[in-house]
Ligand binder design. Structure first.
Ligand SMILES: Nc1ncnc2c1ncn2[C@@H]1O[C@H](COP(=O)(O)OP(=O)(O)OP(=O)(O)O)[C@@H](O)[C@H]1O
Ligand SMILES: [Mg+2]
Length: 405
């Protein structure tokens, strides 16, 4: 993209819509303004109420317009939700009787074959990542181009998404006259600015605990090697606190944000029996931790189970990186270390981004990642027609996604 060009990104989060206006500068993106709105009418990555959802989105857009002093006519947006599915595909290519140097075209062809696996009705392949190649029986090859061989195999990780959901998102944007410019899977956008290439090479899992869900993505040898979502997030911690302390949900949310602690060993112990009486319990750090710890432990245990064998390979030298609003209670990283038995670090936003002081409190990494990817011309541009399982125009788009290092 040209210097000075504006890039607008919209993170459609399960609790908050976040619109970020950035400008492409020689030293990187500069943040010009931002806007937020509660994610009304939006659930599990989809608008369940188009009227209230598009109005909420408009509020976030207007706030960003006024802060950045620009007119927004369209944006890049994030795609998330349980409609996204993760698949493994294997495909092979016989190159001929004679061995010869493998080319980019061979790699594209074998990847194209990996796309032909059967995927759910109404789904399109959104992301395809070659995790490893095998040339003439020798496996574990990261880049086969230039190598001599006669038989090429690839193991690829694919993410598919629902065309109906994407159409519905487009409908909401259309109602407020916004043009979709392109999209990216939510957590991949966040990963692009929170994890370095070296960390992805060394093996890492990014866990994004948002409001209604916790997403994760696993990188091995620099490539996506697993992806998933658990339908529990920070909202469930708040609900438990509201129930346990016998206070309304907004009060529980305020207590969690100001005094939330998720590890009983960090605070003075209380007898959990007080939670099972009719009386109003006395709020204390010990009681808050007694309520929150089991829930967060459950969420991390579910993520661990979902990742499955990806964690057992011993190839995660970077470890676990936690992000998202849901990880901000005291003791979260220690609890995660106990559950995952791996090094854990928390990261909300990359350092050194110019204009970041304009941002309100919250998880802006997804929106920034979207803008960064778009400014590098690495996002699939928007297609007017809904994606469907018969569409095989996708490889060109995917090549750009996977070609980005
Ligand atoms: N300071 C804080 N302490 C504890 N929890 C917090 C804090 N700030 C926000 N949260 C929690 O973070 C959650 C929202 O996280 P986030 O903003 O990352 O979600 P989202 O991007 O809207 O959703 P998702 O990523 O799941 O689509 C809420 O449950 C909120 O209670
Ligand atoms: Mg989010």
């Amino acid at each position: 993209m040209e210097i000075g060009q504006l890039v607008v990104a919209c993170d459609l989060g399960s609790t908050t819509f976040r619109v970020l206006v950035t400008s492409v500068q020689p030293e990187g993106l500069r943040i010009l303004g931002a806007g937020t709105a509660d994610a009304a009418g939006f659930r599990d990555g989809d608008f369940i109420d188009l009227s209230s959802g598009s109005r909420a989105l408009q509020r976030a857009v207007e706030m960003a317009e006024s802060q950045a002093d620009v007119d927004i006519t369209g944006f890049y947006y994030s795609v998330a939700g349980s409609h996204l599915h993760s698949f493994w595909a294997r495909s092979q290519l016989q190159l001929g009787a004679e061995r010869r140097a493998l080319t980019e075209a061979d790699v594209e062809m074998v990847m194209g074959r990996a796309h032909s696996i059967s995927i759910p009705f109404d789904h399109a392949i959104l992301v395809a990542n070659p995790v490893g190649f095998t040339v003439d029986g020798i496996g574990g090859i990261i880049d086969p181009v230039g190598r001599l061989g006669s038989h090429l195999e690839v193991e690829a990780h694919l993410i598919t998404g629902s065309g109906t959901v994407q159409q519905n998102l487009e409908e909401a944007f259309g109602r407020i006259k916004l043009e979709p410019a392109g999209w990216c899977v939510d957590i991949l956008a966040a990963a692009s600015v929170l994890l370095s290439d070296q960390e992805k090479e060394q093996g890492a899992v990014l866990v994004d605990m948002g409001g209604a869900a916790t997403q994760w993505v696993l990188f091995r040898n620099g490539e996506i090697a697993g992806f998933g979502l658990v339908p529990l997030g920070g909202k469930h911690l708040t609900d438990d606190l509201s129930h346990g302390l016998k206070v309304p949900v907004p009060d529980a949310e305020a207590i969690k944000r100001s005094r939330g602690v998720v590890l009983r060993s960090l605070v003075e112990a209380v007898d959990p029996e007080v939670l099972f009486t009719e009386e109003q319990p006395t709020e204390s750090p010990g009681l808050i931790a007694t309520i929150l710890e089991p829930r967060l432990e459950e969420i991390f245990a579910m993520v661990k189970k979902d990742i499955g064998s990806g964690l057992k390979t011993g190839e995660l030298r970077t470890g676990i990186i936690l992000t998202g609003g849901g990880i901000r209670c005291e003791g979260t990283d220690e609890l995660a270390e106990e559950v995952f038995q791996l090094p854990v670090e928390t990261r909300l936003f990359p350092s050194g981004v110019r204009g970041a002081d304009r941002l309100s409190d919250g998880q802006w990494a997804t929106a920034l990642g979207l803008a960064a990817w778009a400014s590098a011309d690495a996002l699939p541009t928007y297609r007017r027609e809904a994606p469907d399982s018969t569409s095989r125009r996708l490889p060109g788009i995917l090549r750009r996604l996977w070609g980005r290092k």
